[in-house]
Design a protein. Structure first.
Length: 76
């Protein structure tokens, strides 16, 4: 098993994951990152403001992958 940490960046602020979660493979870590990003996206959508969200997923070796989402309201 590998421990993955899910550090969240929201509009320039870093929220480091100090605990992490153990997964058997990277696919499981990717699914967790996608679910976490979806939860964060729902919160941002409810707030109705522009925001950049990124989750950097790392192991003891460093960042393995990142997932991002940007909300921008179009003005007409």
């Amino acid at each position: 098993m590998t421990r993955y940490f899910f550090d969240i960046r929201k509009d320039g602020y870093l929220i480091p994951d100090e605990e992490g979660l153990d997964f058997n493979d990277i696919r499981s870590a990717k699914l967790e990152a996608a679910h976490t990003l979806a939860d964060l996206a729902r919160d941002v959508a409810r707030a109705g403001k522009d925001e950049d969200l990124t989750i950097d997923v790392r192991t003891s070796r460093g960042v393995t992958f990142s997932v991002s989402l940007t909300f921008r309201q179009q003005t007409h």
